[in-house]
Every structure is written in structure tokens, then in C-alpha cells.
Design a protein. Structure first.
Length: 526
């Protein structure tokens, strides 16, 4: 596989993978167009696109077979009396891997020759990748010749019409072919062959007349090269022109690249750049909304009250259906803001429905522990407080009885009993206050725990029911866009400007009066 094949192949596979990922989320027309482009380029790649196809076309006796031999520097194409009419396509390739292309073109095996293995192959390196075709004579009466030419033309990078001084104005050439080639000036050259048979003084007029006829055919800028296969006038320049053509991207590759570009651009138009969407920010907002819908803070407060008071049975109510549906709707709107309709529909169908979301929220909240038990020291502190209260009462009663001389305790013990009664009462109060503070601290922790557990449960529900499918779809959307971008051409094309002097008579040089300049022959890869 050639480098150009590999590059186009990689771009084609990128588009193919993008199609597989996008699937039905693309509009039918878009999917069909891109799929058709991918299939078409794959078919072209099977033929190989890293070849420069140059076809020599012309009428009987124009000398195109001789021109073929001169360009190839081989005597392969039959000329003259051996084969006065070219009936079959002859091919010379400067490549070892043009077989598939030549098979598709219908070039018979015995009508092919390759320059890649010749002893002077190194001298032919500038034409590497060239496939030179000698087409059937356009004026042949044999059926099928026009079909062969019509099949070849779409794959031709440069079409070289070889005409002779006697029949260059043949109406069959102009009406049947050249006028139909209007708009293909960049890939057409006319070789006025047998120029050696024309007196030097008349050559300029003859070239100008050929140009006039071409202008009448709508081919204003087609260069005309005066040449002779007998004296080699213009042959070296014609080969130089082919070398320049080889340096350009082949028509098949260019068309394949253009089709990939168009398909990739179409795909990109259906996968616009996403609006920044951060799931964590959205999650926090929607957790707040669902927490309100489920009464999370209210239930947490009830748990705290039950812990403090020692009684109560709080429980979660079913989340408000409208609030849950609204949360889902906001999610879809934010995540799908930059998506095309097909992608938005896919997003809506991939995430949980409003009912499923409400059910998942209710199930998750039912799993939250609503522990209303008091602290483990609560019974001990209560008993201690009660004990000290009883002790304070007993001591207080004893103090009173001693003070009224019911108990013979004396003043000293009466005072001691009073102090102990007060101490017991104070201790009971301290134990009670400590116990109450412990319950309040525990109630606060339980309240915050319920809120934290509830929010964590709600976040898990949102991630699983909305977040995971949303992220998957957005990742696929991004992957399709990146693949489409990678399938686009990565380099600009610049016009090939060629100035090549071809003398129409006398010694070649800048003083020759018959100089023909060949310019603007199409794009070249930068």
C-alpha cells in the first residue's frame, strides 16, 4: 500500500468508525450520504489511488502510439503499418502495483509493460507512479472504443490529445470529445504532433489556429505543445510536463480526498462543538432539588428531635413526581444544549424516565438509616441523675428534721447534712445537663448524617440513572466529531504553475519565436 493509499485509507476508516458510533442518531439523509462516500472511497482504494494516470488520445495516424513509445522510451506500442488503428488500450506503468487499476480499466495482460523493473529505472524515478495509457483511436468505426475512452476519462489526471497537422480540425474530435471536456482545462493538453512536416514559417500560425479551435470548444487555457516523434522536438518538454503532473495528487486521490472532506464536513455539521457541561456542577444542583422534593432536611430534623426527646418515628415520603420530572428535564436541556435533534432524542431515551427516576430516588432514600436511639450512656446518666436527686431529697429531709430537733444531730451535723444535700442536688443537675448535651450532640450528628447519606444516595442515583448514560453519549458525540475532524484533509492545495518552453522550430532557446508557455495545470500537494 502506498503512502497516499494509507492516508486515504486511515481517513476512510475514521469516517467508517464515526458512522458506526453515531448510527441512527444521524439524520437518514446524512447517514446515507456519508455511508455512500465511505463505500465509494473504499472501492477506489481497492484500485489504488497513488497513481498518476495519463491517457494519450487521438485519431488514426496522429502518432500517439509513437508518442507513447517516446515517452516510455520503449518500443511497445505498435505504430505505422503494423497497427494503423489502435484498437486496444496499451499501458506502461512506472509502478509495480498498478495491476488492480489496469484490470478495472480492462487493459489486457499482454498489452501492459512496466518501467519499474527496467535497468534504467533509476533514471525514471521522477515518473514513479505514472500509468501511461494509449487509448483506442477516437475515430475508429469499431464498436466499444468510445466506451473504453468514457470509462478511462474519470480516472485520468492528464488527458493528452495528440493531433496531426492534417486532421487537427476534425469535427469528430471537437464535437465528440473536446467540447464535452469544457471545464477540464487543468487536466488537458493538446500535442500538435508531426510538427516537423510543417514549414518553420507556418508553425506559429498552425499552433494559433489549434488554439483558436480550442477556444471555440470552451477550452481557452489548454496548452498546445508542438512536437515531433521523428526529430524529438517537444518530447523532452512533454516528459517534463508529465513529471510535474506526477508530482500532483492523482485525480482519483483528489476526488477521494474531496469526497472524504465533504462527508467529514457534513458529519461535523451534525456534531457541533459541545457547550461546556460539567457533570459535578449539575449534580450538585439537582441533588439539592431532589433533596427538597424528598423532604430530606425535614426528615433529618425529625431524626434529631427523636434523638433529643427519646421518641418519634420519622420516615421519608415519596418524592414529588413533578419535581423529579422537572429535575430530569433540566438535566436533558443542559446536557443536550449543543446536540442535534437525533442526538437529543437518543439522550432522552438513554437516561431513566421521570417515573424510573422517582422510583430510584424513593428506593435509595428508604435505604438511609434513620436511627433515633439515644446515646449509649443515656440510661446510666438518667440513673445517676435520679440517684443524686433521691440522695439530695433524703439529705435535705434529714437536714430539716435535724434543724427542728426531730433528729438529735447537733448543729455541726445539721450543717453537714445540708451541705451534702446541696451537693447531691447540684451533682444531679450536672449529670442531667451533661446527658442532655450528649443527646443534643448526638442528635446533631445524626441529623447531619442523614443529610449526608441522603445526598450521597441521591448523587449515586443521579449518576447511575442520568449521569452515566449522558456521559457515554457525550463521549460518543465527541468521538464522532474527533474522527470526522481527523478524516478531513490535513494540507492545503496550491496551484501548479508550470512554465515550459517548447520550440516549434529551429534550435531551442529563448530567442525562438514559437515558444508555448504551459501554465496553471491544476493543484499540487503542498
Amino acid at each position: 500500500m502506498t503512502s497516499q493509499d494509507a492516508t486515504l485509507g486511515a481517513r476512510t476508516e475514521d469516517l467508517g468508525r464515526a458512522l458506526q458510533i453515531a448510527g441512527s442518531r444521524l439524520a437518514d439523509a446524512v447517514f446515507g450520504k456519508v455511508a455512500s462516500s465511505v463505500a465509494g472511497v473504499r472501492e477506489r482504494l481497492a484500485l489504488g489511488v497513488d497513481h498518476t494516470v495519463v491517457a494519450l488520445a487521438g485519431g488514426t495516424g496522429s502518432g500517439k502510439s509513437s508518442t507513447f513509445n517516446k515517452i516510455s522510451r520503449l518500443s511497445f506500442a505498435d505504430v505505422g503499418v503494423k497497427r494503423p488503428t489502435t484498437a486496444k488500450v496499451t499501458a506502461c506503468s512506472w509502478s509495480d502495483d498498478a495491476s488492480a487499476l489496469l484490470d478495472w480499466l480492462g487493459v489486457e495482460r499482454e498489452r501492459r509493460i512496466t518501467r519499474a523493473g527496467e535497468l534504467d529505472a533509476a533514471d525514471e524515478a521522477s515518473l514513479a507512479g505514472l500509468v501511461l495509457l494509449d487509448l483506442p483511436d477516437h475515430d475508429s468505426v469499431a464498436p466499444g472504443h468510445r466506451d473504453v475512452v468514457d470509462k478511462v476519462l474519470p480516472l485520468v489526471d492528464l488527458l493528452v490529445w495528440v493531433v496531426d497537422p492534417q486532421k487537427y480540425a476534425d469535427d469528430a474530435l471537437h464535437t465528440g470529445y473536446l467540447r464535452d471536456s469544457s471545464g477540464m482545462q487543468a487536466s488537458t493538453v493538446v500535442v500538435l504532433n508531426q510538427i516537423d512536416t510543417v514549414p518553420v514559417g507556418q508553425r506559429d500560425n498552425l499552433v494559433n489556429d489549434v488554439k483558436r479551435l480550442l477556444r471555440d470548444d470552451g477550452l481557452d487555457d489548454v496548452p498546445v505543445v508542438a512536437a515531433s516523434t521523428k526529430t524529438d522536438i517537444g518530447i523532452a518538454d512533454l516528459r517534463g510536463l508529465l513529471e510535474q503532473t506526477v508530482a500532483r495528487r492523482s485525480v482519483s486521490a483528489g476526488r477521494a480526498a474531496g469526497e472524504l472532506d465533504a462527508a467529514a464536513a457534513l458529519l461535523l455539521s451534525q456534531t457541533p462543538a459541545e457547550v461546556p457541561w460539567h457533570i459535578d456542577t449539575v449534580l450538585e444542583r439537582e441533588v439539592d432539588a431532589l433533596a427538597r422534593a424528598a423532604g430530606l432536611e425535614s426528615v433529618a430534623a425529625q431524626v434529631a428531635a427523636a434523638v433529643r426527646n427519646g421518641y418519634g418515628s420519622p420516615e421519608f415520603r415519596a418524592p414529588d413526581a413533578d419535581a423529579t420530572a422537572l429535575s430530569r428535564s433540566r438535566w436533558l436541556t443542559g446536557a443536550g444544549e449543543a446536540l442535534k435533534p437525533g442526538w437529543r432524542r437518543s439522550l432522552a431515551s438513554s437516561v431513566a424516565s421521570a417515573q424510573d427516576l422517582a422510583t430510584a430516588v424513593a428506593t435509595a432514600l428508604q435505604g438511609i438509616s434513620l436511627d433515633t436511639r439515644g446515646p449509649t450512656t443515656q440510661r446510666l446518666t438518667r440513673r445517676l441523675a435520679l440517684g443524686f436527686v433521691l440522695l439530695a431529697v433524703v439529705l435535705g429531709l434529714a437536714t430539716v428534721l435535724a434543724a427542728v430537733d426531730v433528729l438529735p444531730a447537733g448543729d455541726t451535723w445539721t450543717t453537714v447534712l445540708g451541705v451534702l444535700a446541696v451537693a447531691a442536688a447540684v451533682t444531679a443537675l450536672v449529670v442531667f445537663l451533661v446527658g442532655m448535651q450528649v443527646r443534643r450532640a448526638l442528635a446533631s450528628r445524626r441529623e447531619q448524617g442523614v443529610i449526608a447519606s441522603g445526598r450521597a444516595a441521591l448523587e449515586r442515583v443521579l449518576r447511575q440513572t442520568l449521569g452515566v448514560p449522558t456521559q457515554k453519549l457525550l463521549d460518543e458525540h465527541r468521538a464522532v466529531r474527533e474522527l470526522a475532524q481527523s478524516a478531513r484533509d490535513d494540507g492545503p492545495s496550491a496551484p501548479l504553475r508550470l512554465e515550459q518552453s517548447v520550440t516549434t522550430g529551429g534550435r531551442p532557446g529563448p530567442s525562438s519565436t514559437g515558444t508555448v508557455r504551459l501554465t496553471d495545470l491544476g493543484p499540487v500537494r503542498a
